[in-house]
Design a protein around this ligand. Structure first.
Ligand SMILES: Cc1cc2nc3c(=O)[nH]c(=O)nc-3n(C[C@H](O)[C@H](O)[C@H](O)COP(=O)(O)O)c2cc1C
Length: 352
């Protein structure tokens, strides 16, 4: 098994998107040679009983999931489990396949342990993903399905894209995520408004009983985030994922002109928005925290603030899969230190 410290210098010599393809090819080989990944599972995948919890009718063996956008087309579900993740979120996918934005569209700010991406929902489209999920779902680790509108779909027709996706995919995942918070599809974030949320959840809840979560952007005031998420929950959302990437380019020394920032520089902003939402909604819905999580301490802070689950993306690139196993093992130690027998007891411990 190659250590990430050995692989990383080579990967970082490549364009970020090329490096992603190299890693994706490796992870996809777990579909063909699953036994070859048993060593990875043993090393990275932590399923300590203290970390187990039931959510959305499924057992989550550990609370650390992979953020959306890494496995847009549901080709790496098995490999992602071998990296240690307790759940994954595929997508964002759109009804029709689309190429995404022109390249280059993924950048590293290495010193700042930050990524900047302007991918624009490049994906194979719903039909192909459906075919793949039919062979994989249900899986040991729960699968979230993150959906978005096609770039060419007029905002006025956006609801049709989302309902089409929900109809086509709700039987093939454990939860669905409405993504209206990516900065890379023009006009998408404008859908973070009362009328759209009300109409969408009214239609969505008539289609499926599967949990539907809303993923929000960090680029709004805490009050706006609370208003928006409270409305979504009132209209039927089963959870909130906070947050997506930020377009606050003042956070890095040399920003590119397109895309959203993720990783270390997003940590504070993402936590602040999450914390405000949790203050209002903890106990009323399921909360998922994502943005700049790069250690067990940070994951635990989000959990104590009210997150049932956390997600990691950028820190995986900078620190490697060892991080995921380490977070989970250290979470067990933190729970023990604080006298909790199960993770459920720690969720929201700082809220009371
Ligand atoms: C290259 C890249 C692509 C992403 N694509 C998506 C996406 O398709 N849908 C989505 O909801 N979030 C997407 N995200 C956002 C992540 O899921 C996550 O919300 C964000 O990166 C913050 O987490 P992090 O700081 O751990 O990276 C993407 C992030 C990156 C870095």
């Amino acid at each position: 098994m190659i250590a990430y410290d050995t692989l990383k210098p080579w990967l970082f010599k490549l364009q970020p998107e090329t490096a992603h393809h190299v890693v994706a090819t490796l992870l996809r080989s777990a579909n063909v040679y699953p036994a070859a990944f048993n060593g990875w599972i043993e090393k990275h995948f932590v399923a300590d009983e203290m970390l187990n919890q039931e959510l959305f009718g499924r057992i989550f063996l550990n609370p650390v999931g992979l953020g959306a956008g890494f496995d847009k087309n549901a080709t790496m579900i098995r490999g992602i489990q071998a990296l240690g993740f307790g759940f994954t979120e595929i997508g964002t996918m759109t009804p029709q396949p689309q190429p995404g934005n022109p390249k280059p569209r993924m950048f590293r700010h290495v010193e700042e342990e930050t990524l900047q991406n302007a991918m624009g929902f490049n994906n194979d489209g719903m039909y192909k993903v459906q075919q793949r999920l039919k062979t994989r779902y249900p899986f040991t680790t729960p699968i979230g399905v993150n959906i978005g509108k096609n770039k060419t779909t007029d905002e006025r027709d956006a609801i049709r894209d989302y309902t089409q996706l929900i109809r086509g995919l709700h039987m093939l995942g454990d939860y669905l995520v409405i993504n209206i918070s990516s900065p890379n599809t023009p006009g998408l974030r404008d859908l973070q408004n009362e009328a759209f949320i009300s109409n969408l959840f009214a239609e969505a809840k008539a289609i499926t009983d599967k949990p539907i979560l809303l993923k929000i952007a960090p680029d709004m005031t805490a009050q706006q985030a609370v208003d928006l998420t409270s409305l979504a929950v009132e209209k039927g959302a089963d959870g909130i994922i906070a947050t997506n990437t930020t377009v606050d380019y003042s956070l890095v020394a040399h920003p590119e002109s397109v895309g959203g920032l993720s990783g270390k520089v997003l940590k504070t902003k993402s936590f602040e928005i999450f914390d405000a939402v949790a203050k209002a909604l903890y106990g009323k819905t399921v909360l998922v925290s994502v943005g700049g999580i790069d250690s067990a301490e940070e994951a635990y802070r989000r959990i104590r603030a009210g997150a049932s689950l956390v997600q990691v993306y950028s820190a995986l690139v900078f620190k490697g899969p060892e991080l995921i196993g380490d977070i989970n093992r250290e979470l067990v130690a933190l729970l023990q230190r604080d006298g909790f027998a199960k993770i459920a007891q720690a969720i929201g411990a700082d809220r009371t």
